[in-house]
Structures are given as C-alpha cells and as structure tokens.
Design a protein around this ligand. Structure first.
Ligand code: MG
Length: 347
C-alpha cells in the first residue's frame, strides 16, 4: 500500500540584486521546497516567505513536521487532503501553499496532464507578464532598463520619494505600457489622486495598493475618483476578503503564497470576476517552481506579474520557459518544472 510521503528543505536564496519597496529592502529571500511522493510519482511545491508577512523557514518546517498523512488512501481526493491541511493549524498560508502546489503537481502527473488542464484553462489566453523595477537610485534604474527589453509590460515600485523622476526616466527609454505598485506608500488621498492623473497621462495602466490597507475610507474615495484601475495587494489575502474589497478597489492581485495555493487561487479568480473585479496574478520573489504554479492560473488573469524567478541569482528549478513576453504554460505533465540540484534527505 502506497503512502503519501512528505519531504522538505529550506533555503535562503540570494537575489540577483538588492530589492527595495516602500517599506522594506533585502538581498536574500527565505524559501522552502516540499516534495510529495506517492508510489513512483513525485510532486513539488514551494513556500516563499518574505519576512514582512510573518512566516519563516522555522514556522514552515514546524507546520510540515506536524502534518500526518498516514490516513491518506487516495491522494487524488484533493478536497479531503487539502481540507485537512487547511484546518490543521491557523495561518501558515505559504506553507499550506507549498503542500497545495505539490499535491496538484502530483495529481496531474498521475493523470498524465498539465495542472492547468485540471481547470480547463487554455494557455493561449495567458497575458504577458510584467517585469518589476524596485525602488532604487535613478543611476541604477538607468543601467537596469535594458533588462526590460524582452517584456511587454513594466511594473515600477513607487513611494520612494522620487516617483515622477522614475517614471520620466523609464518613459525616456520606452513607450511600453507601465504599471505601478505603491505598496501603501501614499498617505494623502487628494495627493494620490493628483499622482494618478499625472500617471495616466504617461501611459500607466493600473495602480497597485496606493494607500495603507487600514485606509479603507480614503481608498474608497480614491477608487471612485481614479481615472486608472486600482488593484488591491496588501489589502487582500484570502477568498473571503474579496466581498468587502470590491467596495474599495477595482481589482485584486492574487498571490498563491497569501491565499494558500492553487485551489483557493482559482476560486478567488473566478469569484473576483463574478464580483466585477479585475484579476491580477502576482508572486513573491520565488523560484520557477512557485512561478510555474501561479502560471497555471494565468489564463484567468487580466494582468500577470510573474517575474519573481528572474530576480533570483540562481533559480533551483528549471523547465519554465519565457517567450514573447509570456511565461509559458508547459505542456508537460504536472507543473512542468524540475529541481536542478536539490538533494532530499533519504534519496
Ligand atoms: Mg504589490
């Protein structure tokens, strides 16, 4: 009788360069990888844990260690297995996402199909991904601009005190569409609206999380007056957040690491659409394992921001391809990605 075996390992992955947003700056990112094995089939998953969200390698390992899959007789019963994982402990969204991703990879491999086929999604409908430029000195941004050449959309982090100069510099290089992410960095709604009008004139397509997640009244006012779509990121984590959020924003940035994985991410995208919200699929700085998982849902998105693996110095996974600005959905079984050098304890 086969059993569902879980293995995991943690890494502190170096970034290609220091990444700065409105409230944090870092050179490494903590990540844990999990492997779920059933017979000859193996599924892979990943938890990316940026420090400001409260999870760490320690909390993830504690969560994995406390799981008991000895009762599982059929890993294709995703409802039952993931129901157990969800209710096992509160919180731990990215550790839960790692299990969810590995189980989807395993399940699809056993069926002999790519994960996106489980959801009936067409790879041809996946939008181009944006490439993110963090907050940094203008001289450094200048040297980074050629990195944006293969991408059809550029995402710029604002809230660093030289927002307009950042946009002017990028506009002097390219007329490609730009999106901006303020990461809660603006504090006055009237000033925020003035900035959004200025940005609209320069071909910006949407504004992500302009104000604090606490400022719901200001955010409601801003979204009512904004000539550009406003997208919630820090203001939303789980599916149930959507029902209130629709009053304050025009769209939602769905990240698997916040919403516990592919299963809830899919439901969030479907329900967001039914509520009239725009859908963006985003990521943390994560390897192409996590990015491949989020990419499975890309055909449901209006905008895709899945560039986290490009920001790593060394991506521990391979198999994900990038073509004509789109992170491509693989036709291989499962997620279509494989570890390069990971060594699991008992192999
Ligand atoms: Mg964001």
């Amino acid at each position: 009788m086969a059993e569902l075996k879980l293995r995991f390992q943690s890494h502190h992955l170096p970034l290609a360069q220091t990444f700065t947003i409105a409230y944090s700056s870092r050179t490494h990112t903590p990540i844990s990888f999990v492997q779920l094995q059933w017979g000859n089939h193996v599924g892979y998953g990943e938890a990316a844990m940026p420090p400001y969200l409260g999870e760490s390698a320690q909390t993830a390992e504690s969560f994995y260690s406390s799981l008991d899959f000895s009762w599982v007789t059929d890993p294709s019963d995703l409802e039952k297995v993931l129901g157990y994982v969800q209710s096992h402990r509160l919180g731990n969204p990215s550790a839960k996402a790692a299990i969810d991703i590995a189980l989807h990879d395993l399940h699809a491999k056993r069926l002999g199909i790519p994960v996106h086929q489980l959801f009936g999604l067409n790879p041809a409908n996946a939008p181009q991904t944006s490439y993110t430029i963090g907050i940094q000195p203008l001289e450094e941004v200048h040297t980074l601009l050629p990195n944006t050449d293969p991408f059809g959309l550029i995402k710029v982090k604002l809230g660093g005190g030289h927002d307009r100069q950042m946009i002017d510099l990028i506009r002097s290089y390219t007329d490609k569409p730009i999106s901006v992410d303020v990461n809660q960095g603006w504090t006055e709604k009237e000033k925020a609206l003035e900035e959004i009008y200025w940005l609209k004139e320069r071909g910006i397509v949407y504004v992500e999380q302009p104000m604090s997640k606490e400022s719901t009244m200001d955010m409601e006012w801003l979204s009512q007056h904004s000539p550009l779509p406003t997208i919630a990121d820090e203001s939303v984590q789980r599916l149930t957040d959507l029902f209130e959020l629709k009053n304050y924003f025009h769209g939602v940035n769905i990240k698997l690491m916040k919403c516990t994985g592919i299963r809830e991410g899919y439901l969030m995208a479907k329900i967001a659409k039914s509520l009239g919200l725009k859908v963006m699929i985003g990521c943390m700085t994560e390897s192409s394992c996590g990015i491949a998982a989020a990419t499975q849902l890309a055909p449901l998105a209006d905008w895709v921001d899945l560039d986290g693996h490009f920001l790593l110095a060394n991506d521990p996974f391979e198999g994900l391809s990038f073509y004509e600005g789109v992170v491509q959905l693989s036709q291989l079984n499962g997620l279509g990605v494989f570890p390069k050098h990971l060594i699991w304890d008992d192999q």
